[in-house]
Design a protein around this ligand. Sequence first.
Ligand code: ITT
Length: 197
Amino acid sequence: MKIVFVTSNKGKVLEASEIFAPLGHTVEQFLDNGEAPEFSEPQSDGIEEVTISKMEQALMMLEGDPDEETAIIVEDAGLFIDSLGGFPGPYSSYVEGKLGLDGILKIMEGDGNRSAEFRAVVAFHHLGHTNIFRGVCRGTIAHEKRGRGGFGYDPIFVPSSSDGRTSAEMSTVEKSSISHRGEALNKLIQFLAPPSM
Ligand code: ITT
């Protein structure tokens, strides 16, 4: 199957490609005239609503269903920091652009509770149906940026099951084995090919 990932984020495409490759599925980024299309994001507190809205916009742009060998994925993710009441959450993209990782570290200076979680909601559209898959990765916010891998907030996020490294200090395969996106996409894989009893 060819999976078309509607996203502006090449890091997401790379992670999904590595997850689906062993199953023989290819993942490619959706481009319109060589550019990732921009979608309006509803003013909403929920990443689920944003995901569903992005899928509706993507289907309108594609003008109908693709052939049976092709599926469409959109995903919305966010970083929810406990001591900030879940901020930046659905505003993670905006906050990364405006405050950056240094801004988040500054806001959290002296904050003893560094617990946080990443959440991902993936919408998968195939043969006229859309299904939703969710993933969560608990962790903590590091005291400084570490690592060059991954993207976004990875240099300041230490997953709970990590040995202390940030996600940016892990290989893509290792990050995906514990990440919010990895969990959501693995649920999708189970949906596509449930294990035989
Ligand atoms: P699209 O919406 O076009 O898919 P995006 O990068 O804006 O791309 P999101 O809205 O889902 O993606 O992401 C919200 C923010 O969270 C954004 O700043 C991302 O860089 C960040 N983010 C998402 N997943 C992440 C991950 O696995 N590791 C680190 N940061 C992540």
